[in-house]
Design a protein around this ligand. Structure first.
Ligand code: DGL
Length: 278
């Protein structure tokens, strides 16, 4: 049987994870919930995000998910453990790729780009403690950056200025790895590659999370078919927004125009859930 995977994020960021998963097994039935009515998560209180995450996860479970992916570092930081207590299905979360960034660094100096919520959260503090004891980590909270990506703005002066200002000090100090600690930032790879010296490595968690999800599914008996693409055919990713579906579609078009490698995505009607955004 082909697995059904429910994925959520505050907006388009987690589509990079959905795309990585789709590349691994195009026949997977992926349902993606973009909580655009509640976007951005980055500046919200963890309790508020936790409450919201339960509502979204419940929706995806109700829709028949066999496993969930919290394709958002901010939501994982605030809610992952809680979700695992509430729901009885495999839940894969995300965290800033501090470990692989430090491992790939020769200088042992790395930068982590993250939302303010992730940057100040205990999950990142724990990661630094565990994996970066002998390294210098520049944690760079980026208020407003995910907002630009969510608006389809992944290039141009505003994005460049924001990134250049944040990365100047770590690069001057010798950072040779930059961890992308927010799924939205995966879409900034081209501009980051242009801004950073050639030897600085960009470390993204989308691929490892896709790999982990496939592993979890295999453990539950959902073996990926041989020659995954052919067996069962490629499925579109079914994408829903809690806010304006047209805006979501426009952003996806902008991301594609900017070169994002996204599979075929079908946009469903908006799903209204929970109380309105405050
Ligand atoms: N994409 C989300 C993350 O990975 C957060 C963006 C936001 O809503 O602030 O952290």
């Amino acid at each position: 049987m082909v697995a059904r995977v429910g994925i959520f994020d505050s907006g388009v960021g987690g589509l990079s994870v959905a795309a990585a998963l789709h590349r691994r097994q195009p026949s997977l039935r992926i349902r993606y919930l973009a909580d655009t009515a509640f976007f951005p998560y980055g500046g919200r209180h963890p309790d508020e995000i936790r409450e919201r995450a339960v509502v979204l996860a419940a929706q995806l479970v109700e829709d028949g998910a066999d496993a969930l992916v919290v394709a958002c570092n901010t939501a994982s930081s605030a809610a992952l453990e809680h979700l695992r207590e509430v729901f009885d299905l495999p839940i894969v979360g995300m965290e800033p790729p501090v470990k692989p960034a430090v491992e790939s660094s020769t200088s042992r100096i790395v930068a982590v780009l993250a939302t303010p919520g992730t940057a100040s959260g205990s999950r990142l503090a724990r990661l630094n403690e565990r994996f970066a004891q002998d390294a210098r980590v520049f944690t760079l909270p980026m208020p407003g950056l995910a907002d630009l990506v969510e608006a389809g703005e992944v290039d141009g002066a505003r994005v460049e200025e924001m990134l250049a200002a944040a990365l100047e000090e770590p690069v001057r100090a010798g950072a040779d790895a930059v961890a992308l600690g927010c799924t939205h930032y995966g879409f900034l790879r081209p501009v980051l590659a242009r801004l950073l010296p050639a030897h600085v490595r960009l470390v993204d968690a989308a691929e490892p999370v896709a790999r982990r999800t496939m592993h979890v599914l295999a453990e539950r008996g959902f073996a990926a078919p041989e020659g995954a693409g052919e067996a069962g055919g490629a499925e579109d990713i079914l994408c829903y927004a809690t806010g304006d579906a047209t805006a979501l579609e426009a952003t996806i078009t902008s991301l594609r125009d900017a070169g994002a490698d996204l599979p075929s995505i079908r946009i469903g009607p908006s799903v209204r859930m929970g109380r309105p955004v405050g």
